[in-house]
Design a protein around this ligand. Structure first.
Ligand code: NAD
Ligand code: TYD
Length: 329
């Protein structure tokens, strides 16, 4: 099988390329190499690399030629950046998705859209989102991802494209760019920098290891039905609990924790029901609380050469814009 993996130089996409290539598939990666794309993530993994934008039909045609399937991980992915500037999110997550669907329509390739649990918006304590629930995205990021999902469903119904959607929970693991909660707090803890907790820190996220996320996507690629959506869940924890655990695992000073101004429109809780995917035989292998987070902290400890160069340069400008005023207040 020849599979086009878009966004394969990013965090979860690179784990997926490793999984497919390890299973003997022939993999083509199409990636724009934005700030989040990193060829070091693909070192030692057999693949063909095409540098380009998923919203550019010519680049998509080159990369998709001869592929039996397209799995779309490419996206602008960070909520805080979407609040600073939504345009790139619409370009990649909506228009880019449509360009890939056009390629699947043309060639008849199987298509999997890697979406997010954030499209459901936040949930009251107790409930868990099912795949048929209404979309209530809160941020420009989740609104753009929801727009991509709707394009997929329209292409299934109108053109018969054989597409499925996965909606994964908050993902953690090696090779995650240090802007999201886990890698930001772990690397800041190692550097003796503040850990900026938004608001009261009692927001709840479900934590899913990148390898479990990829195993779910692979299962949907092979066994999912066209037009169907599959949630991929994780383990529920409050942000403040995750923060405390990171302090313990890194041995950092608890005084580094700073409660700062909350994120605009901040969702309080995400939670999904993933029984539909489990019925296809998927079960997670990593537990966040029992080994998953500690192994990830260990990876960042041993791979400073991966993240230290990232945390200088353009990263600093983003960090200043996002946190300087919050940390001064
Ligand atoms: P990431 O930000 O680490 O990587 C995104 C990759 O996409 C990068 O390699 C980047 O260069 C590439 N890219 C961005 N715009 C592109 C474009 N226009 N054309 C081609 N390539 C482009 O992302 P991630 O965290 O690995 O997320 C991968 C996918 O999983 C995304 O679709 C995201 O919405 C989804 N997802 C992520 C999480 C999470 O917690 N990280 C949870 C659920 C779903
Ligand atoms: P994040 O990793 O950005 O993922 P998402 O917004 O997609 O869930 O954030 C996870 C949680 O951590 C979310 O509730 C926001 C919070 N958070 C902080 O408290 N401080 C931070 O500096 C960041 C990046 C996130």
């Amino acid at each position: 099988m020849r599979v086009l993996v878009t966004g394969g130089a990013g965090f979860i996409g690179s784990h997926f390329v490793r999984l497919l290539a390890g299973g003997g598939a022939s993999v083509v990666v199409l990636d724009k190499l934005t700030y989040a794309g990193n060829l070091a993530n693909l070192e030692g993994i057999d693949h063909v690399f095409v540098h380009g934008d998923i919203a550019d039909p010519a680049a998509v045609a080159t990369a998709a030629a001869g592929c039996d399937a397209i799995v779309n991980f490419a996206a602008e992915t960070h909520v805080d950046r979407s609040i600073l500037g939504p345009a790139e999110f619409v370009h990649t997550d909506v228009l880019g998705t449509m360009c890939l669907l056009e390629a699947a329509r043309e060639s008849g390739a199987r298509y999997v859209q890697v979406s997010t649990d954030e499209v459901y918006g936040d949930l009251e304590a107790g409930g868990r989102a099912r795949e048929g629930d209404p979309l209530r995205p809160s941020s420009p990021y989740s609104a753009a991802k929801a727009g991509g999902d709707l394009q997929v469903l329209a292409y299934v119904r109108t053109y018969g494209v054989r597409a499925s959607i996965t909606r994964g929970a908050n993902t953690y693991g090696p090779n995650q760019y240090p802007e999201k909660l886990v890698p930001l707090f772990v690397t800041n803890a190692f550097e003796g920098e503040p850990l900026p907790v938004y608001g009261d820190g009692k927001q709840v996220r479900e934590w899913l290891h990148a390898e479990d996320h990829c195993a779910g996507v692979e299962r949907v690629l092979h066994e999912g039905a066209p037009g169907e959506i599959y949630n991929i869940g994780g383990e529920d924890h409050e942000n403040i609990e995750v923060t405390r655990r990171i302090l313990e695992l890194t041995g950092a000073d608890p005084a580094l924790v700073r409660h700062v101004e909350d994120r605009a429109g901040h969702d309080r809780r995400y939670a999904v029901d993933d029984s539909k995917l489990r019925a296809l035989g998927w079960t997670p292998e990593h537990s966040f609380g029992e080994g998953g987070l500690s192994a990830t902290v260990e990876w960042y400890h041993e791979n400073r050469a991966w993240w230290e160069p990232i945390k200088s340069g353009v990263y600093r400008a983003y960090y200043e814009e996002q946190y300087a005023n919050r940390l001064k207040a």
